[in-house]
Design a protein. Structure first.
Length: 289
């Protein structure tokens, strides 16, 4: 990875921190894109190599635009890793439901803003939870129906895969050599689960069960690294190869029928452009299409 620049969102903890550390050890220049720069600096202090910390709040499109405008160097790999999971109903700075706003729309805007400077690939971290997901275009932001945090999470993770599919289609159409890939960590013991809105006892039980059934952060980061550096095709999806894709060595895995729906992916892309005000930079990629 010597001579290559990698941007990892949410790299101050969990599988993002592990992936960043491994890539830095292999000679890459790392940019840790994190909401809390102090936590980012603490994570960077435990890494070897060329590591820089920059502030990025994916729940604020203003922050996304600032980050993208200030990152002027070429990027070999963008890893869209940051995410939130099943918090109580919360709104982003732009009024989006927090999980869709952070997990999908923030990364959607970031990727398109950086795309003219990306030379290699875009990796977006999804989840096996996408299989329970559906895209409710009538109420994407949970403004009318009763809020269900896990359903909202599944929607955001399905959106990650649909984004990858449509991004690859557009890259191919533009004649770009960049590829879009996705990955999921299996059942990894990380701090993704937020404790807000749940009792301490329930949160403690959830964490205990998670650690008993899951693999380590180090193992959970392997599919992300596989998607970032292995010889894989565009629109591929990496995950653990073990039972129910919960753990094991990384390999290419399947996805739900909805996640393979190209018409759904195209529609979500159009809606995402309208919501974020960010469009695919076709002209900057040199396409005549």
């Amino acid at each position: 990875m010597t001579g290559r620049t990698v941007v990892v969102t949410g790299a101050n903890s969990g599988i993002g921190r592990v992936a960043a550390q491994v890539l830095a050890e292999r000679g890459a220049r790392l940019v840790l894109a994190v909401r809390d720069p102090e936590k980012g600096r603490q994570a960077a202090a435990g890494m070897t190599g060329d590591v820089e910390v920059r502030r990025l709040d994916l729940a604020d499109l203003g922050s996304v635009r600032t980050f993208a405008s200030e990152l002027t160097e070429d990027v070999d790999v963008l890893i869209n890793n940051a995410g939130v999971m099943i918090p109580p109903l919360t709104r982003t700075a732009d009024g989006f439901e927090l999980q869709l706003g952070t997990n999908h729309l923030g990364h959607f805007a970031l990727t398109n803003l950086l795309l003219p400077r990306i030379r290699g690939r875009v990796v977006t971290v999804s989840s096996n939870g996408h299989r329970m997901g559906s895209i409710d275009f009538a109420d994407l932001q949970w403004e009318r129906k009763p809020y269900r945090a896990m359903t909202a999470y599944a929607q955001s993770k399905l959106a990650n895969l649909l984004f990858t599919t449509e991004l690859q289609r557009r890259l191919d159409e533009a004649g770009s050599p960049v590829i879009a890939t996705a990955a999921h960590p299996g059942l990894a013991a990380t701090n993704l689960l937020r404790s807000e809105g749940r009792s301490r006892a329930r949160h403690a039980v959830e964490r205990a069960v998670s650690r008993l059934m899951s693999q380590s952060e180090e193992q959970g980061a392997l599919p992300t690294l596989f998607a970032a550096v292995a010889d894989v095709p565009g629109d591929s999806y990496a995950g653990p190869g073990g039972l129910l894709e919960g753990r094991g060595a990384p390999t290419l895995v399947g996805r739900s029928a909805k996640a393979r729906d190209r018409a759904l992916a195209a529609r979500l892309w159009d809606v995402s452009e309208e919501l974020t005000g960010v469009t695919f930079p076709r002209a900057a990629l040199g396409s005549a299409a």
